[in-house]
Design a protein around this ligand. Structure first.
Ligand SMILES: [Cu+2]
Length: 131
């Protein structure tokens, strides 16, 4: 957890709180629907899995379809906490040991995007390859 991360958390929280006070016009409603996603849409999304364990990532390379929204289920088998982080993709997620959480990624252009376990940076470096 870096200072940069905390700033990121704070700005996200502010944005979320602020949205509650938006007049719920059509634009606001559309935004809320987009953020929530629909159960039907969520079910259609391809899902990938990442295991964080002993300061390592399994697999270290995740191949995903380009230009497609997808879900990543991240499981931390521990021991200890892990933090999925990608600066390029602006994702950050702290997981206590034994916890599984899901991240949704916006469609990506073809390319390679790095991620890592911020608590185990020496050994846990991975990449998402969008093709
Ligand atoms: Cu962090």
């Amino acid at each position: 957890m870096t200072t940069g991360c905390n700033t990121l958390f704070r700005s996200r929280r502010d944005a979320r709180t602020g949205s509650l006070w938006l007049p719920v016009g059509l634009a606001g409603l559309a935004l809320l629907l987009a953020l929530a996603g629909g159960p039907a849409r969520a079910a259609d999304m391809p899902t990938f899995q990442l295991l964080m364990k002993d300061g390592r990532l399994f697999p270290e390379t995740l191949e995903v379809p380009a230009n497609t929204r997808f879900r990543l289920q991240v499981k931390n088998e521990g021991p200890g906490a892990a933090e999925f982080e990608s600066l390029e993709l602006r994702k950050e997620l702290v997981l206590a040991p034994g916890v599984t959480r899901t991240l949704v990624f916006h469609p990506m252009k073809p390319g390679t995007y790095k991620f890592f376990d911020e608590f185990h940076q020496d050994t846990a470096q991975g990449r998402i390859v969008a093709k």
